[in-house]
Design a binder for this molecule. Structure first.
Ligand SMILES: Cc1cc2nc3c(=O)[nH]c(=O)nc-3n(C[C@H](O)[C@H](O)[C@H](O)COP(=O)(O)O)c2cc1C
Length: 295
């Protein structure tokens, strides 16, 4: 499975076998936590591998996960970041690259939200000046053939290009089942509100990239990102979860930035993210970065 195929299979695993990772997979995890990361983090991002999943789950019951509902797994990654939006974005980007790599080896994962970094640090007795941005549950999916079954349950090809060509994509773009109703319009040209239609995206060679974006994980699957095409550059804006900006919003921005970059590279549009951008966006959005294409 290459990375772009892995993107389409991204699916949270919430039930795990009560079995530790094999020595080989354990080694793989440790090697992925070593620098260099696929994005420069200036030492502001860090990952801890907790082998003792059962104990972690017990300690964090009622503390981590949606409404304190901890996901039980044989192991966890603790995602640490300096308390700055830009570092949370970097953490999301790097962590998602690790998740995709693990999935390629049949190792399931699930993001687990953390409401209070301080409480988690106290429970896990972590001595660090970084924040606990999130946890990632990991292990072998309880259901055998989890990824294969999930994939075969989808009748049509998920990538419209592989079998059915462009015509089907328009259908997907408009009736996208993973995009909540009313928010199918999430790519703008030049200015916020100036919606890019499928023809325009196709003309620019971006159509498939946005197809892949819907697989990017987000809190409660809210998919908070929007894009503004500015000539050859693309700005990403992220919707705030609450009235004030939360660091967790930036984590989701980083996750989406990783997906976006990977899809762009796969489509042959090489480039990189700058962590700041200029554009007018509504008050409940912030700018996560600007993707600059190699000229
Ligand atoms: C920052 C973040 C925190 C998340 N927290 C949780 C969580 O606490 N519990 C959970 O079950 N899923 C969590 N998720 C997973 C999302 O619910 C999931 O990515 C999204 O709903 C897509 O669903 P799927 O992976 O099942 O297709 C989280 C995802 C992100 C990005």
């Amino acid at each position: 499975m290459n990375k772009i195929e892995a993107i389409e299979k991204v699916k949270s695993v919430r039930e795990y076998m009560k079995k530790a990772l094999s020595r080989e997979d354990h080694q793989l995890v440790l090697s992925l936590l070593e620098r260099p990361y696929p994005l420069e983090d200036e030492g502001n991002v860090e990952f801890l591998f907790r082998e003792d999943g059962e104990k972690v789950a017990e300690l964090l019951d009622g503390v981590a996960g949606y409404s304190g509902r901890m996901i039980e797994a044989p192991h966890y990654l603790v995602v640490l970041s300096r308390a700055e939006g830009v570092d949370y974005r970097r953490a999301g980007f790097i962590a998602q690259s690790i998740i995709l790599r693990l999935m390629q080896e049949g190792i399931g994962t699930c993001w687990v939200s953390v409401e209070s970094s301080d409480v988690v640090k106290e429970k896990l007795q972590l001595e660090t000046d970084k924040e606990v941005a999130a946890l990632i549950a990991l292990g072998y999916p309880r259901e055998t053939g989890f990824f294969e079954k999930f994939f075969s349950g989808i009748k049509a090809s998920r990538s419209p290009y592989s079998e059915t060509g462009y015509a089907d994509f328009r259908f997907e773009y408009e009736k996208d089942t993973r995009q909540p109703v009313g928010t199918g319009t999430f790519i703008y040209i030049d200015n916020w509100g100036n919606v890019a239609d499928a023809d325009e995206l196709e003309r620019r060679g971006y159509l498939e990239v946005y197809h892949y974006m819907k697989y990017a994980p987000s809190w409660g699957n809210r998919r908070p990102w929007r894009f503004i095409l500015q000539n050859f550059d693309i700005v990403m804006a992220v919707q705030r979860m609450a009235e004030t900006e939360q660091l967790a919003d930036h984590l989701e921005g980083g996750i989406a930035m990783y997906f976006f970059q990977l899809a762009m590279h796969e489509m042959g549009i090489r480039g990189y993210w700058l962590m700041d951008a200029q554009a007018e966006v509504p008050d409940n959005y912030f700018l996560a970065g600007k993707y600059v294409s190699d000229k």
